[in-house]
Design a protein around this ligand. Structure first.
Ligand SMILES: NCc1[nH]cc(CCC(=O)O)c1CC(=O)O
Length: 311
Protein backbone atom coordinates (compact mmCIF):
# COMPACT_ATOMS: atom_id res chain seq x y z
CA UNK A 1 0.00 0.00 0.00
CA UNK A 2 1.16 3.56 -0.80
CA UNK A 3 1.77 5.83 2.21
CA UNK A 4 -1.49 7.53 3.26
CA UNK A 5 -1.32 11.19 2.30
CA UNK A 6 -2.43 13.37 5.20
CA UNK A 7 -3.41 16.94 4.36
CA UNK A 8 -3.23 19.61 7.04
CA UNK A 9 -2.95 23.32 7.60
CA UNK A 10 0.53 24.46 8.43
CA UNK A 11 0.02 25.94 11.89
CA UNK A 12 1.84 24.27 14.76
CA UNK A 13 -1.40 22.99 16.29
CA UNK A 14 -2.55 21.61 12.93
CA UNK A 15 0.80 19.90 12.47
CA UNK A 16 0.58 18.42 15.95
CA UNK A 17 -2.79 16.96 14.96
CA UNK A 18 -1.47 15.60 11.68
CA UNK A 19 1.51 13.94 13.39
CA UNK A 20 -0.84 12.56 16.03
CA UNK A 21 -2.86 10.86 13.29
CA UNK A 22 0.34 9.72 11.54
CA UNK A 23 1.45 8.11 14.81
CA UNK A 24 -1.88 6.33 15.27
CA UNK A 25 -1.59 5.00 11.73
CA UNK A 26 2.01 3.96 12.28
CA UNK A 27 1.08 2.03 15.43
CA UNK A 28 -1.10 -0.13 13.18
CA UNK A 29 1.66 -0.52 10.61
CA UNK A 30 0.32 2.11 8.18
CA UNK A 31 2.83 4.46 6.58
CA UNK A 32 1.82 8.06 5.89
CA UNK A 33 3.17 11.36 4.65
CA UNK A 34 2.11 14.85 5.69
CA UNK A 35 1.26 17.54 3.14
CA UNK A 36 0.68 21.09 4.39
CA UNK A 37 -1.81 23.39 2.68
CA UNK A 38 -2.45 27.10 3.23
CA UNK A 39 -6.09 28.05 3.85
CA UNK A 40 -8.06 31.28 3.70
CA UNK A 41 -8.46 31.13 7.48
CA UNK A 42 -4.67 31.22 7.86
CA UNK A 43 -4.20 34.12 5.45
CA UNK A 44 -6.89 36.51 6.66
CA UNK A 45 -5.66 37.30 10.14
CA UNK A 46 -6.94 40.83 10.53
CA UNK A 47 -10.67 40.06 10.19
CA UNK A 48 -12.56 38.13 12.83
CA UNK A 49 -13.68 34.64 11.85
CA UNK A 50 -17.24 35.66 12.70
CA UNK A 51 -17.04 38.24 9.91
CA UNK A 52 -15.30 36.16 7.23
CA UNK A 53 -18.19 33.72 7.58
CA UNK A 54 -17.15 30.59 9.34
CA UNK A 55 -18.31 28.10 6.74
CA UNK A 56 -15.27 26.26 5.61
CA UNK A 57 -12.61 28.98 5.98
CA UNK A 58 -10.19 26.35 7.21
CA UNK A 59 -11.44 23.45 5.13
CA UNK A 60 -12.16 24.49 1.54
CA UNK A 61 -8.61 24.26 0.24
CA UNK A 62 -8.13 20.88 1.87
CA UNK A 63 -11.33 19.64 0.25
CA UNK A 64 -10.02 20.61 -3.19
CA UNK A 65 -7.03 18.33 -2.59
CA UNK A 66 -9.23 15.53 -1.23
CA UNK A 67 -11.37 15.70 -4.36
CA UNK A 68 -8.36 15.54 -6.67
CA UNK A 69 -6.81 12.68 -4.70
CA UNK A 70 -3.67 14.71 -3.93
CA UNK A 71 -4.36 13.84 -0.32
CA UNK A 72 -6.26 10.82 1.08
CA UNK A 73 -7.43 12.40 4.31
CA UNK A 74 -7.59 15.87 5.82
CA UNK A 75 -7.00 16.31 9.52
CA UNK A 76 -8.79 19.08 11.42
CA UNK A 77 -9.68 20.13 14.94
CA UNK A 78 -13.16 18.58 15.14
CA UNK A 79 -14.31 21.88 16.62
CA UNK A 80 -13.47 23.76 13.43
CA UNK A 81 -15.50 21.48 11.17
CA UNK A 82 -18.80 22.87 9.92
CA UNK A 83 -21.79 20.77 10.92
CA UNK A 84 -22.69 19.70 7.39
CA UNK A 85 -20.04 18.90 4.83
CA UNK A 86 -20.42 19.11 1.06
CA UNK A 87 -21.89 15.77 -0.08
CA UNK A 88 -18.64 14.49 -1.64
CA UNK A 89 -16.93 14.51 1.76
CA UNK A 90 -17.42 12.86 5.13
CA UNK A 91 -15.86 12.69 8.55
CA UNK A 92 -14.74 9.09 8.87
CA UNK A 93 -13.05 9.13 12.27
CA UNK A 94 -12.58 11.05 15.51
CA UNK A 95 -9.49 10.47 17.64
CA UNK A 96 -9.77 9.96 21.39
CA UNK A 97 -10.79 13.21 22.97
CA UNK A 98 -8.50 15.32 25.14
CA UNK A 99 -9.80 17.11 28.22
CA UNK A 100 -12.51 19.46 26.95
CA UNK A 101 -12.33 22.41 29.34
CA UNK A 102 -11.64 26.01 28.50
CA UNK A 103 -8.77 27.53 30.43
CA UNK A 104 -7.28 30.88 31.33
CA UNK A 105 -3.66 31.09 30.28
CA UNK A 106 -1.38 33.88 31.37
CA UNK A 107 2.28 34.78 31.63
CA UNK A 108 1.36 36.19 35.04
CA UNK A 109 0.56 34.22 38.15
CA UNK A 110 -2.25 35.13 40.50
CA UNK A 111 -4.91 35.91 37.92
CA UNK A 112 -8.19 36.26 39.85
CA UNK A 113 -11.14 36.15 37.48
CA UNK A 114 -13.87 35.79 40.09
CA UNK A 115 -13.36 38.94 42.13
CA UNK A 116 -15.40 41.76 40.53
CA UNK A 117 -13.29 44.47 42.17
CA UNK A 118 -10.13 43.36 40.33
CA UNK A 119 -10.07 44.59 36.73
CA UNK A 120 -9.16 41.92 34.20
CA UNK A 121 -8.81 41.90 30.41
CA UNK A 122 -8.94 38.55 28.63
CA UNK A 123 -8.14 37.95 24.98
CA UNK A 124 -10.30 35.61 22.96
CA UNK A 125 -11.83 35.50 19.50
CA UNK A 126 -14.69 33.17 20.26
CA UNK A 127 -18.21 34.61 20.47
CA UNK A 128 -19.14 31.74 22.81
CA UNK A 129 -16.38 32.65 25.26
CA UNK A 130 -17.09 36.39 25.12
CA UNK A 131 -20.82 35.88 25.67
CA UNK A 132 -20.23 33.36 28.45
CA UNK A 133 -17.89 35.78 30.21
CA UNK A 134 -20.52 38.52 29.94
CA UNK A 135 -23.05 36.15 31.46
CA UNK A 136 -21.07 34.90 34.47
CA UNK A 137 -18.30 37.46 34.90
CA UNK A 138 -19.57 40.76 33.49
CA UNK A 139 -16.73 42.69 35.15
CA UNK A 140 -14.17 41.03 32.86
CA UNK A 141 -13.28 42.97 29.73
CA UNK A 142 -12.51 41.14 26.54
CA UNK A 143 -10.33 41.95 23.60
CA UNK A 144 -10.32 40.19 20.25
CA UNK A 145 -7.12 38.28 19.57
CA UNK A 146 -6.51 36.11 16.54
CA UNK A 147 -3.69 34.14 15.08
CA UNK A 148 -2.11 30.94 16.29
CA UNK A 149 -1.43 30.28 19.93
CA UNK A 150 2.18 31.45 19.77
CA UNK A 151 1.08 34.76 18.18
CA UNK A 152 -1.65 35.25 20.75
CA UNK A 153 0.75 34.69 23.61
CA UNK A 154 3.18 37.21 22.12
CA UNK A 155 0.35 39.78 21.89
CA UNK A 156 -0.63 39.10 25.49
CA UNK A 157 2.94 39.50 26.68
CA UNK A 158 3.20 42.75 24.73
CA UNK A 159 0.37 44.09 26.89
CA UNK A 160 -2.79 43.51 24.87
CA UNK A 161 -4.43 41.62 27.73
CA UNK A 162 -3.83 39.99 31.11
CA UNK A 163 -4.65 36.49 29.96
CA UNK A 164 -6.11 34.40 27.18
CA UNK A 165 -9.27 32.33 27.24
CA UNK A 166 -8.50 29.16 25.28
CA UNK A 167 -9.17 25.47 24.93
CA UNK A 168 -7.10 23.28 27.24
CA UNK A 169 -6.48 20.87 24.37
CA UNK A 170 -4.64 23.37 22.19
CA UNK A 171 -2.61 24.91 25.02
CA UNK A 172 -1.61 21.48 26.31
CA UNK A 173 -0.67 20.19 22.86
CA UNK A 174 1.53 23.21 22.28
CA UNK A 175 3.31 22.62 25.59
CA UNK A 176 1.96 25.65 27.43
CA UNK A 177 0.75 23.81 30.55
CA UNK A 178 2.99 25.90 32.84
CA UNK A 179 1.02 29.02 31.80
CA UNK A 180 -2.41 27.51 32.53
CA UNK A 181 -3.74 29.42 35.54
CA UNK A 182 -7.36 28.24 35.72
CA UNK A 183 -9.37 25.39 34.33
CA UNK A 184 -12.92 26.66 33.85
CA UNK A 185 -15.98 24.71 34.89
CA UNK A 186 -17.86 22.73 32.26
CA UNK A 187 -21.15 24.01 33.67
CA UNK A 188 -20.27 27.63 33.02
CA UNK A 189 -17.89 27.31 30.08
CA UNK A 190 -19.61 24.41 28.37
CA UNK A 191 -17.27 23.83 25.45
CA UNK A 192 -17.80 24.22 21.76
CA UNK A 193 -19.03 21.18 19.89
CA UNK A 194 -16.10 18.87 19.19
CA UNK A 195 -13.57 20.66 21.38
CA UNK A 196 -10.56 18.47 22.12
CA UNK A 197 -10.98 15.91 19.34
CA UNK A 198 -9.28 15.58 16.00
CA UNK A 199 -11.52 14.78 13.04
CA UNK A 200 -10.47 12.94 9.90
CA UNK A 201 -12.18 13.94 6.68
CA UNK A 202 -12.12 11.95 3.46
CA UNK A 203 -13.76 12.01 0.06
CA UNK A 204 -16.69 9.60 -0.09
CA UNK A 205 -14.98 7.87 -3.00
CA UNK A 206 -11.84 7.03 -1.02
CA UNK A 207 -10.87 3.36 -1.56
CA UNK A 208 -13.05 1.43 0.96
CA UNK A 209 -10.15 -0.78 2.04
CA UNK A 210 -7.93 2.20 2.89
CA UNK A 211 -10.89 3.93 4.52
CA UNK A 212 -11.51 0.90 6.77
CA UNK A 213 -7.85 0.68 7.78
CA UNK A 214 -7.72 4.37 8.67
CA UNK A 215 -10.85 4.06 10.80
CA UNK A 216 -9.55 0.96 12.57
CA UNK A 217 -6.31 2.77 13.43
CA UNK A 218 -7.63 6.17 14.47
CA UNK A 219 -11.30 6.15 15.44
CA UNK A 220 -12.21 6.18 19.13
CA UNK A 221 -15.72 4.77 19.51
CA UNK A 222 -16.82 6.64 22.63
CA UNK A 223 -15.52 9.94 21.30
CA UNK A 224 -17.40 9.16 18.10
CA UNK A 225 -20.77 8.83 19.84
CA UNK A 226 -20.16 12.01 21.80
CA UNK A 227 -19.21 13.94 18.69
CA UNK A 228 -22.13 12.63 16.64
CA UNK A 229 -24.54 13.79 19.36
CA UNK A 230 -22.93 17.23 19.65
CA UNK A 231 -22.64 17.73 15.90
CA UNK A 232 -26.23 16.69 15.35
CA UNK A 233 -27.23 19.45 17.77
CA UNK A 234 -24.99 21.93 16.00
CA UNK A 235 -26.42 20.99 12.62
CA UNK A 236 -29.93 22.04 13.64
CA UNK A 237 -28.67 25.30 15.15
CA UNK A 238 -26.46 25.86 12.08
CA UNK A 239 -23.78 27.06 14.43
CA UNK A 240 -20.55 27.10 12.50
CA UNK A 241 -17.90 28.39 14.87
CA UNK A 242 -19.14 31.97 15.07
CA UNK A 243 -22.45 31.43 16.87
CA UNK A 244 -22.28 31.04 20.65
CA UNK A 245 -23.80 27.59 20.92
CA UNK A 246 -22.20 24.92 23.04
CA UNK A 247 -22.75 21.26 23.75
CA UNK A 248 -20.97 18.52 25.59
CA UNK A 249 -21.85 14.84 25.51
CA UNK A 250 -20.43 12.37 28.00
CA UNK A 251 -20.80 8.63 28.38
CA UNK A 252 -21.36 7.46 31.95
CA UNK A 253 -22.33 3.93 32.92
CA UNK A 254 -23.33 3.25 29.36
CA UNK A 255 -25.61 6.30 29.17
CA UNK A 256 -24.95 9.02 26.59
CA UNK A 257 -25.81 12.36 28.18
CA UNK A 258 -25.87 15.51 26.08
CA UNK A 259 -26.01 18.99 27.61
CA UNK A 260 -25.99 22.10 25.54
CA UNK A 261 -27.56 25.37 24.66
CA UNK A 262 -27.02 28.90 23.45
CA UNK A 263 -26.06 32.23 24.99
CA UNK A 264 -27.10 35.64 23.69
CA UNK A 265 -24.23 37.81 22.43
CA UNK A 266 -24.65 40.29 25.27
CA UNK A 267 -24.65 37.46 27.79
CA UNK A 268 -28.02 38.35 29.31
CA UNK A 269 -29.65 35.06 28.38
CA UNK A 270 -28.21 31.58 28.54
CA UNK A 271 -30.33 28.54 27.76
CA UNK A 272 -29.13 25.03 28.56
CA UNK A 273 -30.89 21.66 28.51
CA UNK A 274 -29.95 18.04 28.93
CA UNK A 275 -31.08 14.86 27.21
CA UNK A 276 -29.91 11.29 27.55
CA UNK A 277 -30.13 7.96 25.81
CA UNK A 278 -28.01 5.22 24.33
CA UNK A 279 -24.93 5.51 22.16
CA UNK A 280 -26.82 4.45 19.06
CA UNK A 281 -29.29 7.31 19.61
CA UNK A 282 -26.57 9.96 19.39
CA UNK A 283 -27.99 11.61 16.30
CA UNK A 284 -31.55 11.74 17.67
CA UNK A 285 -30.33 13.10 20.99
CA UNK A 286 -28.74 16.03 19.20
CA UNK A 287 -31.99 16.82 17.42
CA UNK A 288 -33.99 16.45 20.62
CA UNK A 289 -31.68 18.84 22.45
CA UNK A 290 -31.98 21.32 19.59
CA UNK A 291 -35.76 21.15 19.77
CA UNK A 292 -35.74 21.83 23.51
CA UNK A 293 -33.30 24.72 23.18
CA UNK A 294 -35.11 26.30 20.24
CA UNK A 295 -38.52 26.03 21.89
CA UNK A 296 -37.43 27.55 25.17
CA UNK A 297 -36.20 30.83 23.68
CA UNK A 298 -33.26 29.61 21.64
CA UNK A 299 -35.00 30.30 18.37
CA UNK A 300 -35.44 33.96 19.18
CA UNK A 301 -31.87 34.31 20.49
CA UNK A 302 -30.51 32.62 17.37
CA UNK A 303 -32.40 35.06 15.13
CA UNK A 304 -31.09 38.03 17.08
CA UNK A 305 -27.54 36.71 16.83
CA UNK A 306 -27.74 36.12 13.09
CA UNK A 307 -29.09 39.63 12.54
CA UNK A 308 -26.32 41.16 14.66
CA UNK A 309 -23.50 39.17 13.03
CA UNK A 310 -24.66 40.19 9.54
CA UNK A 311 -24.21 43.90 10.34
N1 LIG B 1 -10.93 27.81 17.11
C1 LIG B 1 -9.53 27.53 17.08
C2 LIG B 1 -9.19 26.24 17.72
N2 LIG B 1 -9.56 25.08 17.16
C3 LIG B 1 -9.18 24.06 18.00
C4 LIG B 1 -8.55 24.63 19.10
C5 LIG B 1 -8.00 23.93 20.26
C6 LIG B 1 -7.92 22.43 20.18
C7 LIG B 1 -9.26 21.76 20.24
O1 LIG B 1 -10.19 22.23 20.91
O2 LIG B 1 -9.39 20.71 19.61
C8 LIG B 1 -8.56 26.01 18.92
C9 LIG B 1 -7.97 27.03 19.82
C10 LIG B 1 -8.84 27.39 21.00
O3 LIG B 1 -10.07 27.33 20.93
O4 LIG B 1 -8.27 27.78 22.03
Amino acid sequence: MQPIKIGTRGSKLALWQAYHVANLLKAKGLASEIITIDTKGDQILDVSIAKIGSKGVFTEELEVQLASGDIDIAVHSAKDMQSSLPEEFELIAFTEREKVNDIILSHREGIDYKNPSIPLVLGTSSTRRVATLKHYYPHIQTVEVRGNLQTRIAKMEAGLCDGLLLAYAGAHRMGFDPLIRHELSLDEFTPAVGQGSVGIEAAVNLDPKIRAEIIAATHHAETGYRLVAERSYLKVLEGGCSIPVFALAVVENGVLRLRGGIVSLDGTERIIHEVEGENNQAEELGKLLAEKVLQSGGERILKEIKTTLKK
